[in-house]
Design a binder for this molecule. Structure first.
Ligand code: MTE
Ligand code: MO
Length: 419
């Protein structure tokens, strides 16, 4: 006896093709946003990998403990010290562009959301693979944007360390993104070309079969997305500049409390109070810098340091969170002179430890090329005045082109040698 085929139930809710009514959806709208993201996300990925390299993550024993980064860290290199504004540029672009792309990303996801609801959910092996890659793509994008924005806005509120999460996430996301781009970019560019030639929208499953009447044209909708991006750009880009421009960055923190004016009137990330630095540890009587190297250990008081040759360097501070200051005029002892004091005339790495006892950023490692640069200082002064407690009194590291985090404040100990 022949069995009758299973009755197929009509798809309901978001699974039904005519659930999606917007007349905007279609290959054109999706293609425009896709091409913008193709360029934007590529820049985000490259500047992100650069930022990771700039952290000196493969210097033991600190900076970064991302397990298994060996394979993904294949590209790591010695971050240069020139031009001094290098990290200011790459990280300013990374964070500002990331924020600017948020409306584009959301619009792109909105434009393809019907695709998430297909029945049957998996038709074949290739279809299954495609669905998994889309999951990694969408999940990866959301994960990277959310972790990035949280890091900029709210410090580090999620479990685990930001760096490994954002780093692994970047590789997962970009892998899926690359596969997607290879598959879709030819179609997207073809759609754009046809659009310019004024051809009709090609038929596509994204086009609503029973569209509602339009409330905004496609051009208008794209304008809205672009306007949103422009607004985000205009309210965050100012964090990379001083003076009144910084005040235009109303959307994102500028790095710590608003600084006053005068020599110390530039951004403060973590204050001395936050870091638990007590004033009595930093007095001339109490503070001794412990410097260790090949030939042994020396202890230097502030007067000893002032007795060494002092040098000046105009250098910015550029934080991973995307804000930066213009050049400040730092003055202090060259790191390479301190290295020479303990038997290292050759370029060598250094491990820096702060008076700070708890929390992130209290230790850092610099590479030989950074130590060897004549502008790399253990600074005692900034802009003609002694360092204030919040900027690292009695002494802090300042290195050209390095991420802010490597400019350790309230320095207590320097250990020179191969790390
Ligand atoms: N000991 C210590 N040094 C530190 C930090 C810190 O929290 N503790 N923050 C770092 C970070 S993340 C940045 S961006 C710079 C900021 O320096 P500033 O506060 O003088 O602008 O200091 C770095 N040095
Ligand atoms: Mo920072």
């Amino acid at each position: 006896m022949a069995r009758s085929p299973l009755p197929t139930r009509p798809a309901r809710g978001p699974f039904a093709p005519d659930f999606w009514r917007s007349p905007l959806r279609g290959p054109r709208f999706t293609s425009v946003l896709g091409v913008v993201l193709l360029a934007g996300v590529t820049v985000l990925f490259v500047t992100g990998l650069l930022s990771y390299a700039a952290y000196n993550p493969d210097l033991a024993p600190v900076n970064d403990k991302t397990p298994g980064k060996g394979l993904l860290g294949f590209y790591l290199f010695s971050w240069p010290t020139d031009p001094p504004w290098l990290y200011r540029l790459t990280q300013g672009v990374h964070v500002t562009l990331g924020l600017t792309l948020v409306p584009v990303l959301l619009a792109k996801l909105w434009s393809v959301v019907p695709r998430l609801f297909t029945l049957p959910p998996v038709r074949s092996l290739t279809h299954a693979l495609e669905r998994i890659s889309l999951l990694l793509l969408v999940g990866g994008a959301l994960f990277q944007f959310v972790t990035g924005i949280l890091n900029v806005q709210l410090d580090y509120i999620f479990p685990g360390s930001f760096y490994p999460l954002h780093f692994y996430g970047a590789w997962v996301f970009f892998g899926a993104f690359l596969a997607h781009a290879v598959l879709k970019a030819p179609t997207a560019f073809r759609n754009l070309r046809r659009m310019r030639e004024g051809a009709e929208e090609p038929s596509d499953e994204l086009v609503a079969p029973r569209p509602d009447p339009p409330t905004v044209s496609r051009r208008g909708a794209l304008g809205l997305v672009g306007g949103g991006s422009l607004l985000l750009f205009a309210t965050s880009a100012g964090r990379s500049f001083d003076g009144p421009l910084r005040q235009t960055a109303v959307l994102t923190p500028h790095g710590g409390p608003e600084p006053g004016s005068g020599p110390a009137g530039f951004q403060i990330n973590k204050t001395a109070a936050y870091a638990g630095i007590r004033a009595e540890e930093t007095t001339e009587e109490a503070w001794r810098l412990v410097v260790t190297g090949r030939s042994g250990t020396v202890r230097l008081g502030k007067a000893d340091l002032l007795g060494l040759p002092l040098h000046s360097a105009d250098l910015p501070i550029a934080c991973v969170e995307g804000w930066s200051t213009s050049d400040q005029s730092w003055r202090g002892v060259r790191l390479r002179d301190l290295a020479a004091l303990v038997g290292h005339d050759d370029p060598v790495d250094v491990f820096v430890e702060s008076l700070q006892r708890r929390g992130a950023f209290r230790r850092g490692a610099l590479r030989a090329n950074q130590v060897g640069d004549p502008r790399s200082l253990l600074a005692l002064f900034v802009n003609g005045a002694e360092l204030t407690p919040d900027h690292g009194r009695p002494a802090r590291i300042i290195v050209p082109a390095a991420p802010g985090v490597l400019n350790t404040k309230w320095v207590a100990r320097l250990t020179f040698g191969e790390l």
